[in-house]
Ligand binder design. Structure first.
Ligand code: S3P
Length: 428
């Protein structure tokens, strides 16, 4: 599929974005490990979360629809996760593969976890090594990629230090630790999104935090819990940048998750000169949320490095688009993780910006853009990466002439309905 986009004149609307993808995966997985019914409202509708639900169903977990916007997970404790009839397909979802591996490593059966071509290229030794230290047995391809053959066994706790700040790795170790005998600790080099710690804590799992180190005693079984999933700030980011840069615009985005480990985009937009307002701030089930109001603003360049990177990791492609329209230099460094996302996002951003006539300096761990630079309508390759497809759709709304984005079906990974929003915009 493709989408044609042209320059927008004005965008004024009150919208809500789909449920948070990270929280939705966790609500399903943790609900499956609990003993009893967990009801989840506003579960993320995208294909990634559907992959988690489908894997859990193959593992014997009963997940039912409950009315228009809720699902119920009927957990039966870890023992309710049983041998699947065939291979488990995580699709495009790194979170599904890495978190589920932590659970499957500690269950007494063999399973195979695979995924699409993109997921089968992504590094998995980073979960295999810590799980092996806990007694886990996992076979990968010679390159250390999926399919993963997980020979489930009894795990014992271990002290794990992660080489990168990654919530997927941290969560994988914590889940394995919950099934293991004894103490598990996990230390990360910078704080990554902390939904796992918050949500498991709310389900009665005792996890201690000491700076960047988390520790738990296994085995522990979470209590069932009801979750209302807030809107996904990573999806909201595309709309925020569009509203900041399309003339005469104002968007209100209702009920967006504003967990401080996810709000790098708000910090950065504010540093660039766009005063995003947070209204109706409240916290439900340990996860803060607010309505976000964004108006057109003149942006200036900024620097994003080190500890800020994990808080904005999925928003860097759309930030690159903002950088083109900002006065002065925007620099992103310490973001080599972008090279191993759904696609190499540094290369994908550079290639598509070049197609639109923008010069960017590319580093192994980031890029620099001197703005403002005009964006020229072009043919864009999504590289089958949802965030690249949506970031360059916004670029198309800012560009002179027509932009054609190829391979747009991937937006369904996190944001089904994203392209329907285009009909609510005023065009020149
Ligand atoms: C996620 C963590 C991040 C993020 C991904 C979702 C999660 O990956 O990029 O989209 O739900 O834990 P890393 O943990 O590998 O940084």
């Amino acid at each position: 599929m493709h989408q044609i986009v042209r320059k927008a004149r004005r965008w004024r609307a009150v919208l809500s974005v789909p449920g948070d993808k990270s929280i939705s995966h966790r609500a399903l997985l943790f609900g499956a490990l609990a003993e009893g019914r967990s009801r989840i409202t506003r579960l993320a509708p995208g294909r990634d979360v559907a992959s988690t639900a489908a894997c859990l169903s193959s593992l014997g977990v009963r997940i039912e629809r409950d009315g228009a916007n809720a699902v119920v997970v009927n957990g039966a404790g870890p023992a309710g996760i049983t041998a699947p009839p065939g291979d488990l397909d995580a699709g495009n979802s790194g979170t599904t593969m890495r978190l589920l591996s932590g659970i499957l490593a500690g269950r007494p059966f063999t399973s195979v976890l695979t995924g699409d071509a993109s997921l089968r290229r992504r590094p998995m030794r980073r979960i295999v090594e810590p799980l092996e230290r806990m007694g886990g047995r996992i076979e990968t391809s010679p390159e250390g990629t999926a399919p993963l053959r997980i020979l489930g066994t009894r795990l014992s706790g271990a002290d794990v230090t992660l080489p990168v700040a990654s919530a997927q790795l941290k969560s994988c170790v914590l889940l394995a630790g919950m099934l293991a005998e004894g103490r598990t600790s996990v230390t990360e080099p910078a704080l990554s999104r902390d939904h796992t710690e918050r949500m498991l804590g709310g389900m009665g799992v005792r996890i201690r935090r000491d700076g960047l180190r988390l520790e738990l005693e296994g085995p522990q079984t979470p209590r069932p819990c009801d979750f209302d999933v807030p809107g996904d700030i990573s999806s909201a980011a595309f709309l925020m940048v569009a509203a900041a840069l399309i003339p005469d615009s104002e968007l209100t985005l209702e009920n967006v998750g504003v967990n401080p480990t996810r709000t790098g985009i708000l910090e950065v937009l504010r540093a660039m000169g766009c005063p995003v307002e947070e209204l109706n701030a409240r916290t439900l089930q340990g996860e803060p949320r607010a309505d976000l109001r964004i108006r057109t603003a003149s942006l200036s360049g900024t620097e994003i490095r080190a500890g800020l990177i994990p808080k904005i990791i999925d928003e860097i492609p759309i930030l690159a688009v903002a950088a083109c329209r900002a006065a002065g230099r925007t620099v992103v460094r310490d973001a080599a993780e972008l090279r191993v996302k759904e696609t190499d996002r540094i290369a994908a951003v550079a290639k598509n910006l070049a197609a639109m006539g923008v010069r960017a300096e590319v580093f192994e761990d980031g890029f620099a853009i001197d703005g403002p630079q005009p964006l020229r309508g072009a043919v864009i390759d999504s590289m089958e990466d949802h965030r690249i497809a949506m970031a360059f759709t916004v670029a198309g709304l800012l560009a002179e002439g027509e932009t054609r984005i190829e391979g747009t079906e991937c937006a369904d990974i996190s944001y089904p309905g994203f392209f329907d929003l285009l009909s609510g915009i005023d065009y020149a």
